[in-house]
Design a protein around this ligand. Structure first.
Ligand SMILES: C[S@@+](CC[C@H](N)C(=O)[O-])C[C@H]1O[C@@H](n2cnc3c(N)ncnc32)[C@H](O)[C@@H]1O
Length: 261
């Protein structure tokens, strides 16, 4: 399988051409409950999960970003049904993470405004790579710290240094829309782009340089772009020729901008 290409094909038939244990990391987002009108697709979660399991290396990870539709006031929970499908074909549900959107429009009069989607982290066995992302701590520097509280109730204190950073939590927040999701105007010809930083943060967390990063439903090519910019190999696929054309143009723009720098 040639790397660093984006192919127009149904993802299951595309994956059938990929050898076993080939992919280090998949970062993808399926169509949400027909929530958006893509240009025609067929979607079989079990077939996709089985093929992803076969082509993922031992210790490889699949990040599955998904939200639920509300039908007659009832959340479909398709996200969780899909997660259970991934579990049933052999993946570990390594984590259920939240993608929180910084700016979300008010949408329902009788419920709180939904501001998140799920990011399921499935792994084939224990993840072989975890490069934890860090964030600054609210308090740092030297403080008198309690180090030994005995039954006499006396707090003994010692001067200690608080850490400047800690591992991030599993709720990640991103601005969405032009300038937040991406500055690439061409990407917005696709109706459901996820933020570049979301893809990048997962790529940095679950893969290393020169690894192979895959998106079987790559849409505007966000995962491919961020894999390329972070020195990973990429492989993208989408059923829609229109979206593949967008993704390819976006990659060409990215590559030529990088050459100019
Ligand atoms: C939520 S969008 C992905 C958006 C992408 N993450 C981005 O940032 O642009 C889902 C994509 O899945 C594609 N798709 C749906 N069914 C597919 C299938 N069976 N095989 C390949 N792609 C499919 C749609 O065409 C759509 O572009």
């Amino acid at each position: 399988m040639d790397l660093n290409q984006i192919i127009c094909e149904d993802c299951v038939s595309f994956m059938k051409k990929i050898e076993d244990n080939f992919i280090d990391l998949t970062v993808t987002s399926p169509p949400y409950d027909n929530l958006r009108d893509y240009n025609g697709y067929s979607f079989n979660c079990e077939d996709i999960a089985k093929e992803l399991y076969r082509i993922t290396k031992k210790g490889g990870v699949v990040v599955w970003v998904v939200g639920d539709k509300i039908v007659k006031g009832n959340k479909t929970l398709t996200s969780f049904k899909q997660a259970l499908t991934f579990q049933s074909v052999g993946f570990n549900v390594h984590d259920t993470m939240i993608y929180k959107k910084k700016n979300t429009p008010f949408m329902r009069s009788n419920a709180y405004t939904n501001c998140f989607e799920y990011m399921f982290v499935f792994s084939k066995g224990a993840p072989k790579t975890f490069n934890p992302l860090k964030e600054k701590t609210a308090r740092n520097g030297f403080e008198m710290l309690v180090y030994n509280k005995k039954s006499d109730g006396v707090n003994k204190k010692v001067l200690g240094e608080l850490k400047k950073e800690k591992t991030k939590t599993n709720i990640w927040e991103y601005a969405v829309g032009l300038g937040g999701t991406t500055t690439d105007r061409i990407a917005f010809k696709h109706p459901a782009v996820f933020p570049e930083h979301l893809a990048e943060d997962h790529i940095l967390s679950w893969s290393n340089k020169n690894d192979i990063v895959f998106d079987p439903m790559c849409g505007s090519g966000t995962t491919c772009k961020m894999a390329y910019l972070n020195q990973r190999n990429y492989l993208g696929c989408d059923i829609s020729q229109e979206y593949v054309d967008i993704a390819k143009q976006r990659m060409e723009d990215t590559i030529s901008q990088k050459k100019v720098k």
